[in-house]
Design a protein around this ligand. Structure first.
Ligand code: DX5
Ligand code: ZN
Length: 219
């Protein structure tokens, strides 16, 4: 049975005092922590790698949801799993050997996720639905926080639900990332989402703890 989860994205947190922000979102009832890894090649931005994730693992009490926006993700599976990822997500556009990469993640006992950019068709993952635990639908072009939600995502989510049903894969969790705020979170939920990533929507709110609580009430 799937439960709906809020996943604050630390990309919008205060990295000079990351422990404080982690404790804050945990207090609000955050279910997982979303960690955005960017390499400056797959996306035009650079963030952090396994070393920082290992440090976050020491202070977090909720699972780590690691979103790899990097080229050649297959070369780094062991490093991110060993750093403490509970979910590890790679982009379908970043590897020609998706099936192998998913197997590598699962072999580490970690939940295997695949992410699709806004322009990437759902058919690109149809053959591997039995090999993954989570699908991450990008609602913005990856690289930066604070962008606007792309409206076509809602239709894509509805079509994804049909595809999962057709293949008896309804146990697969669906995550949506980018532009999620209190104003649109219910609509995203109704279109078919289990894990809601929100960076600026939570950390830029006047009261992030209250914001998470409000979001949880309407999903
Ligand atoms: C964007 C990242 C997101 C980002 C979302 O490439 O993958 O996780 O932090 O930020 P918001 O919620 O501000 O759009
Ligand atoms: Zn992300």
């Amino acid at each position: 049975m799937k439960t709906k989860k809020i996943a604050p994205s630390l990309l919008s947190a205060d990295f000079s005092n990351i422990e404080k922000d982690i404790k804050m979102v945990e207090k609000g009832g955050a279910d997982v922590l979303h960690l955005d890894v960017m390499d400056g090649h797959f996306v035009p931005n650079i963030t952090f790698g396994p070393f920082v994730i290992k440090a976050i693992k020491r202070v977090a009490t909720i699972p780590l949801d690691v979103h790899l926006m990097i080229e050649n993700p297959g070369d780094y599976i062991a490093a991110f799993c060993d750093a403490g990822a509970d979910y590890l997500t790679v982009h379908v556009e970043a590897t020609p050997h998706l099936h192998r990469v998913l197997q590598q993640i699962r072999a580490k006992g970690v939940k295997a996720g695949v992410s699709l950019n806004p322009h990437t068709p759902l058919s690109t993952i149809e053959e591997v639905l039995g090999d993954l635990d989570m699908i991450l639908i990008m609602a913005v072009n990856p690289g930066f926080g604070g962008q606007s939600f792309i409206p076509n995502t809602l239709d894509k989510l509805k079509r994804l639900q049909k595809m999962l049903k057709k293949h008896n894969a309804e146990h697969v969790e669906v995550e949506v990332d980018g532009g999620i705020k209190l104003e649109n979170i219910r609509e995203v939920s109704e279109a078919g989402c289990d894990i809601f990533v929100s960076g600026s929507g939570i950390f830029k709110a006047d009261n992030p703890i209250e914001m998470i609580r409000k979001m949880k009430k309407v999903i």
